[in-house]
Design a protein around this ligand. Sequence first.
Ligand SMILES: [Zn+2]
Length: 255
Amino acid sequence: MHPHVRHLVELQAVDIRLNEVLARLATFPKHLVEVNARVEAARSQLAHAKDALTKSLKDRKTYEMDVDQWKEKVRKYKDQTGAVKSNEAFRALRLEIEMAEKEIAAAEDRLLERMVAGEDFVRQVKAAEKAIAEIEAAAKVEQQAISAEYSTAEKIRVALEAERQKAASAVPEDLLDIYLKLASRHNGVALAEVREDETCSMCRVRVRPHTYQLLRDPSNEQIFHCETCTRILYCPPQPLAQPQPVAQSSESGEN
Ligand SMILES: [Zn+2]
């Protein structure tokens, strides 16, 4: 194999691992945002339930005051009945009292309704508080796991960057430039192995027999590109000839 291509094969292997780890690192912020959004949603639900409860308690106070005010009026009217001189005035007061008593009943109905609703709001607040405690605990576990995964991936990235630097420094600049352009065009994969059936492993198109021959020649000093996908071609080094199997009988004979 061309010595520069051999270095490119090493660089490609590092780059593939590096791209994987970079892709993994890129998923962490989104994952964290999702976890935080769940907590935020639970918090806003709790705030909503608390607001509803506060409003309900305020309404209840208002209706209680309404009841008290109407009762006070009734008491005053009743006090006045003893002092009226005419039947007409007496009837007018009786009417006022009846009206006020109706208002008392209506205010008491509203008050009761608020009291029942208030119990419901208390239950909702309690449920939201319980839910938020569970969601926050689960989120904390998830955040810790994400952070641990992140720092592991980050360590791998730093190590791979160093490895990449070393591999890239062995490649001449102009060839590295071509490699980078091809990598960016081909989703990070600038090299293609030529398979035993003489096809490009990436685009599956057959390479010329002469090219294949040269690629397999250890003394070849030319760089070839796939005529179809333009990636840099290489043939993995051929395994050495199989050593002669040692006969079982001769081995046992030596012992
Ligand atoms: Zn190809």
